[in-house]
Write a protein that binds this ligand. Sequence first.
Ligand SMILES: [Zn+2]
Length: 288
Amino acid sequence: MVPSLLSTVILAMTVLPATQACNFHMQRRSNTYSNPHARRDTRFQRRAEEIDFEYVNSFDWHTIKPEYLTCFTGTSQSPIGVHSTQGLATTHPPSFAGYQTTTNTTGTFKNWGFGPAFDIDMVNEDPTTLPAMTFDDQTVFLSGWHIHFPSEHLVDGVRSAAEMHFVHVNAAGEPASVVGIRIEPSVTAHSAFFAQVPAAIPAPANPPVEGTPGVPMDHLLAIHEVGMVQQYWTYKGSLTTPPCSEGLRWFLPQMTLKVSEAQMLALRGAGRFSHRIEQVVMNQAINV
Ligand SMILES: [Zn+2]
């Protein structure tokens, strides 16, 4: 199912020279939600905005331009470290019943510039047609996912091999909540969720270019593979990429999503180093 790293890279460079557009957290919104033309344009090689930050200086992103000042001055930034001694959350329990009504959604499989990513198709550009997650009295909508290497969040000081961000937006299309799923390889595991990922994973590029549209993906599988997020930490945090905007609710499942070593090799073969430096805990209100 999953090709070797070499064949993955060759496929990415030959069959799909045009990997894909846009970024992850915030830029996706500007490239996609507010630009309906981008949604209708399925030609390959349409390039998105150039990524203007690098991970070698993620402690200094605020010096790139004034719009990134929050990356340094914010008081509820992400990622952070959480600890078993803090206990798990009983607050803001998330429900994924709204994912079940939208299984086998389609979308565009791409590379966000630092790893595999997926943008879910909307109906009539309406975010409320996306898979829904609820917590408290809020409903938010899964716009897509992307993967960081290694994990951004630390648990008991330990960093996992990778972390997938399920980014949820509000009805206006603004980022509102992220489920941060840590990924680890296991000799006995094979992830049904990642078995859906096309064999040819687009390679990183800057600016990212468009990927493969029309790919079916059941996102509830990933939620199942981390115990339906019944055991979790939660806190108030930020985008982990510039402009580091705050006000997002994070959910960190205690379970890691286990993939086979071949699956991990294929994912990492399309990745770049992409974890932001650990942020100081100030007003994140962990599990509150
Ligand atoms: Zn992310």
